[in-house]
Ligand binder design. Sequence first.
Ligand SMILES: Cc1cc2nc3c(=O)[nH]c(=O)nc-3n(C[C@H](O)[C@H](O)[C@H](O)COP(=O)(O)O)c2cc1C
Length: 216
Amino acid sequence: MATLLHLDSSLFPADGSASRAVTAAFRKAWEEQHPDGTVIYRDLAATPLPHLEAPGYTAAFSAPDALTPEQRTAFARRLELVEELEKADAVVIGAPMYNFTIASTLKAWLDHVIFMGRTTGEESSLKGIPAIIVTSRGGSYAPGTPRAGFDYVQNYLGAVLGTMFGMEVDFIVPELTAAPRNPAMADLIPQYEASRDKALQDAADKAKALAARHAA
Ligand SMILES: Cc1cc2nc3c(=O)[nH]c(=O)nc-3n(C[C@H](O)[C@H](O)[C@H](O)COP(=O)(O)O)c2cc1C
């Protein structure tokens, strides 16, 4: 049975979040193909993970029988998160752009699952797992726009999930989401609507294509 890991990190609830709408569309299309499959869901904004601290970091480099109680507790949390990711057949991540990069709650999750020698490198346990990243943003950072070089979401997540983890990374970018609320962007509303509609369609199409790789 197929397993989907679904992460959201928008500050806003479902009815006010561009990324949540698109990850939900992905999940819906995936579940239609795998009604008896498993979906593991983490709302990293509603239920934030604690930051990675020294005990959790050092535990990964210590002999198991030499761990302190603090290291044991912190390491158990890391292992739970890593194992969730390792058993996923696909991962969909809501990664809105906040201050040019990802939400700190998503960064906290990454700090736990970046596990040298296990999830990284040539023998990464995550190699080949598809990751669809939905990175909504209020403006546009497309090539040719004035702030084209300010998107630190796609290069960062591409480096970590693609290069370090060896995952198959694909982005969906609903942009100009601020247009309906910002009078100065009123002319951009049609572009925002087109981007939103394309993102929802892309999510459904990509979910269907990825779901078809696994027997129902
Ligand atoms: C704290 C915060 C910081 C933001 N920073 C940026 C930014 O740097 N660039 C941008 O284009 N939009 C920025 N925005 C707008 C969001 O990217 C936009 O609202 C997008 O729709 C977020 O996805 P969401 O609707 O799923 O939360 C920011 C919004 C918030 C709340």
